[in-house]
Design a protein around this ligand. Structure first.
Ligand SMILES: [Zn+2]
Length: 287
């Protein structure tokens, strides 16, 4: 008694929220190791023990991580966040709700009430609202609405901001496309004149490289914020990465920074993204 509340979180976005909200009061363990991606996470006997001993277990549920879900069971201390009311999930079972700030905000509130912390929950909600505004204003006038992504993680984000996701692989990173499907992606990229193929830090860029080579587009990172790299994990700043990633992503997708109150100029004249505001310039970067 009197020690810190032990929270076990299935992967980074849930661990981040628990740490931000619980602060010094909680000890948060992220079950997805650095360098791993969380889909179908394999857990160790030690993880099973930690889950049993935890005061609160945060997971997504609905088969995102079957081994963990089996170990956790469905007792009072287990919070399955895909069951959060009003999440409006897609019928295809897409788990990537945390990439839409407005849906993530509902998840944050659930975690906040499980931790019985009103004030810190509200400050995190305020930061997420700011990200939502950045995306909204920055993506309002794009030359193109298509984003070419590695795995199919950005459907909720795309729906929220009127983008159209063209994914190279399926809902999980291992779902490799058939040659015919890959050809279809390449044709779509050519048709939409997208200039950037996005890849991820935790998944091999091989397929993204192939599409880029075939179409003359360049590649850039668009992180689905599913896990940390080994370099990020031990640093204190890892705690802040969630919002930083979202800010980074919004600018990679063509959003302007809203802090200065005036539009940001792309001084280099080379757009960062396949849906940059600078349509004609984008053309000229294609080989
Ligand atoms: Zn994913």
């Amino acid at each position: 008694m009197g020690g810190k509340e032990k929270v076990v979180a299935a992967f980074y976005p849930l661990a981040f929220a628990a740490q931000e909200i619980g602060g010094e009061r909680v000890e948060v363990e992220n079950l997805t190791p650095a360098g791993a991606e969380p889909h179908d996470l394999e857990i160790s006997p030690r993880d099973v023990r930690d889950v049993r001993e935890a005061d609160l277990v945060l997971l997504l549920g609905h088969g995102f991580q079957p081994e963990l879900e089996k170990a956790a069971g469905n007792g009072d201390k287990v919070l399955a966040l895909l069951d959060t009311p009003s999440l409006n999930r897609f019928p295809n079972g897409d788990p990537h709700v945390w990439l839409d700030p407005q849906r993530y905000l509902l998840i944050v509130r659930q975690i906040g009430s499980a931790l019985r912390e009103k004030g810190s929950t509200q400050s995190l909600v305020t930061r997420i609202r700011a990200l939502d505004r950045d995306y909204r204003s920055g993506l309002a006038h794009c030359a193109r609405r298509e984003i070419v992504t590695s795995h199919e993680a950005f459907a909720y984000l795309s729906q929220r901001y009127g983008l159209r996701q063209v994914a190279i692989t399926g809902l999980t990173p291992e779902a490799e496309p058939a040659p015919r499907d890959l050809q279809h992606v390449i044709e779509l990229v050519r048709k939409t004149h997208a200039t950037t193929i996005f890849f991820e830090t935790l998944v091999s860029p091989r397929l993204a490289d192939t599409v880029a080579r075939e179409t003359g587009a360049k590649t850039a990172v668009l992180n689905p914020i599913e896990g940390l790299t080994p370099a990020q994990a031990p640093t204190a700043e890892a705690r802040q990465l969630f919002c930083a990633w979202h800010s980074g992503s919004s600018s990679r997708l063509g959003a302007r920074r809203s802090s200065s109150g005036r539009p940001r100029r792309d001084s280099a004249g080379v757009p960062e993204s396949g849906i940059s505001r600078n349509g004609p310039n984008s053309e000229s970067t294609r080989r």
